[in-house]
Design a binder for this molecule. Sequence first.
Ligand code: KIV
Length: 265
Amino acid sequence: MSKITVRKLRNMKQEGDKITMLTAYDASFAQMLDQQKVDVILVGDSLGMVIQGHESTVSVTMDDMVYHTKTVSPVCRHSLILGDLPFMSYTSKVDAIKNAARLMQEGGAQMVKLEGGEPQIENVTELSRHGVPVCAHLGLQPQSVHKLGGYFVQGRDPKVAEKMLDDALVLQDAGADMVLLECVPVALAEKITKALDVPVIGIGAGNVCDGQVLVLQDMLGISKKAPSFSQDFLTGQTEGISGAVKAYVEAVKSKAFPSEAQSFV
Ligand code: KIV
């Protein structure tokens, strides 16, 4: 089984082959996802909510992220491992480098993700310069939930939409290898996906992006409150969790997921 690389992800975008991504936070689930050839496994700071039981991702620490990434990486033969830099772990270039190094060297990640637009240019440039693949997370940025006052669709206002497109372009120029869009209207997601050379992964951004990601517990229907853009792929499955993951991969590849009802206008 050949390992997914940044180059392969770019080729997939060019060829219109949809990229599949799911979160995992431990070896058992990661192995299952890897066997179903999920392209990217995100060790997301969503673990603060679905593993630790908190109301947000804000309390997640670097040690938490390193621990969970370390449990995922040894079992993955196929999937690229993307590790989240948690809240307050990249407030300076020095911290961004130090903590990305921890995720890659101690955790075994092959790419790191950080939230934010234009203010992250320096971090993305510096990480890129040091050989760290970066995924920039735009749209709804859950680490800023207290500043935002909740979890809402982002980019309905034309000025905000324009800024998001500009941010995506400057982050790509700074060296970002992938962009993730969370909770944005389909038309804006489509515009950003078409404007960028690097793959754009959506969550709550319609089926127009180059790929999709969901939180594993949401797509298995076992989280406390799954968002409206998610889907329970487990209920009704005869092949259990592996079958649910397989169904998700097929639905993303065929663009059946997400449907219009699971998208925002
Ligand atoms: O932490 C996470 O799981 C994420 C997804 C919501 C994309 O960032």
